[in-house]
Design a protein around this ligand. Structure first.
Ligand SMILES: [Zn+2]
Ligand SMILES: [Zn+2]
Length: 337
C-alpha cells in the first residue's frame, strides 16, 4: 500500500509499504477518507520541530472501517470513525486516568505520523491499523460531511482542554489566546471559548488569522503591546516565543490557568516565581490526551455550535497530499475518493 513519508524539510512523498493487516482480535483496519494537516505537521515541514527522514506522516484521521477483529464491541464494517492520533489501550493505569497520550501498553508516546516508536505508521496511507478498536475509535455523526469535522479529530481536542473545563468552573472568565504557531490550535481555542460564551482576546501578528478569530467572536489584536489592561483567568500560549510565555505569567489572574500548546522555543526572561506563588496560578504544558478530550470537543460541537470549518480549509485530492502538506495555507485536508 502507499504511505506518505516525511523526507526532509518541505518534502513529503509517497512510498510503498506492506499492507496494514489485523494483528489481534481487538483490532480494526481503517481506510482513511479525510486526513487533516495538523499544526504539528506544519512544524515538521518547516523544520521547527525535528522529524526523522522516512517516517510516515499524518495523524488527523477520519476513515471507514474495512476490517475488524472478533473482539471489537459493536463496530461494524463500513462505519465512519474518528481515529485518535495517539495509540491508547483504554485499560492501563494511565488510560483509565485519561492520560491517553501516555498509554503504558505501547512505547511511550506511540502515535500515528510523528516518527515515534511502535511502528503504527501514519494517517496518510491507504490503510491504517488501529490496535485497540474499542478504546480508540469514536463514531462520526451521520449525515455530516467528514471534511467539516476533521479539525475535531486532533487539534480541536487539544484546543478544548485549554479552556472548556475551566470555563465551566468560571463562566465569567476572561480568556487570552496568544496565537501564531501552532496557528489552528490557537484559533480553535478562541472558537471553543467564544462558543462557551466568554470574552476572548486573541493576539496574532497575522491578519488572516485575526480575521478568523474575529469571525469566532473574539476581539483580535495584532500585538502583545496592545493588550487591554488587567488580568486574564485563562491564557492559552499558542506561540513559541519567550515573550508570549513571560506575558502569560505577567497577566495571569489569581487562581488562573495557563496552558502551553507548544514548547517555548526561545530563551525566556527569569520568571518571578514569588509573584506567581503569591497569586496562586497553574501552568499546564504537554501533549494533549486527544482520545480523552475528544468527547468534550464533540459536545462543544453538538451542543454549543463550535464549528472548526470556520478556519478556512484547503481541500486537496488524496494523490496530491504530499505536495499539499508543505503548502502555505492555514489548514489542509486531503480527501480520498
Ligand atoms: Zn496533531
Ligand atoms: Zn493504556
Amino acid at each position: 500500500m502507499r504511505h506518505a513519508v516525511f523526507v526532509e524539510r518541505g518534502k513529503v512523498e509517497w512510498r510503498e509499504t506492506p499492507d496494514a493487516v489485523l494483528q489481534g482480535d481487538g483490532e480494526a483496519i481503517i481506510k482513511p477518507l479525510v486526513v487533516g494537516r495538523c499544526d504539528l505537521d506544519l512544524a515538521y515541514l518547516k523544520g521547527i520541530l525535528p522529524m526523522p527522514s522516512g517516517a510516515p506522516i499524518g495523524h488527523e484521521i477520519i476513515g471507514e472501517i474495512v476490517d475488524l477483529g472478533d473482539n471489537t464491541r459493536n463496530w461494524k464494517i463500513g462505519q465512519r470513525v474518528f481515529v485518535p492520533a495517539q495509540i491508547s489501550c483504554g485499560e492501563c493505569k494511565n488510560c483509565r486516568r485519561g492520560l491517553t497520550a501516555r498509554c503504558l501498553k505501547v512505547p511511550f508516546g506511540a502515535s500515528y505520523g510523528m516518527g515515534r516508536e511502535g511502528g503504527f505508521g501514519g494517517g496518510l496511507a491507504d490503510l491504517v491499523r488501529v490496535p485497540f478498536a474499542k478504546a480508540m475509535l469514536t463514531s462520526v455523526p451521520d449525515g455530516v460531511d467528514p471534511v467539516t469535522l476533521i479539525g475535531l479529530a486532533d487539534m480541536g481536542a487539544d484546543a478544548w482542554r485549554t479552556v472548556a473545563d475551566e470555563i465551566q468552573d468560571h463562566p465569567e472568565a476572561r480568556v487570552l489566546v496568544l496565537g501564531g504557531m501552532p496557528p489552528v490550535i490557537g484559533l480553535y481555542a478562541a472558537g471553543i471559548a467564544t462558543a462557551l460564551q466568554v470574552n476572548v482576546t486573541y493576539v496574532d501578528e497575522n491578519a488572516e488569522r485575526r480575521q478568523v478569530a474575529t469571525g469566532y467572536g473574539a476581539k483580535a489584536i495584532a500585538s502583545i503591546t496592545h493588550l487591554p489592561d488587567g488580568q486574564f483567568d485563562i491564557i492559552v500560549v499558542a506561540n513559541p516565543s519567550g515573550l508570549c510565555l513571560t506575558t502569560a505569567f505577567d497577566r495571569i489572574a489569581p487562581g488562573g490557568l495557563i496552558t502551553s500548546v507548544t514548547p517555548t522555543l526561545q530563551d525566556i526572561e527569569p520568571i518571578d516565581t514569588r509573584a506567581l506563588y503569591s497569586r496562586g496560578v497553574r501552568w499546564a504544558i504537554g501533549r494533549p490526551d486527544c482520545r480523552h478530550c475528544h468527547n468534550g470537543v464533540m459536545d462543544v460541537w453538538a451542543n454549543y455550535g463550535f464549528r472548526p470549518e470556520h478556519v478556512p480549509t484547503t481541500r486537496v485530492a488524496w494523490n496530491e497530499a504530499p505536495e499539499a502538506w508543505a503548502m502555505d495555507a492555514l489548514y489542509v485536508a486531503a480527501i480520498r475518493n
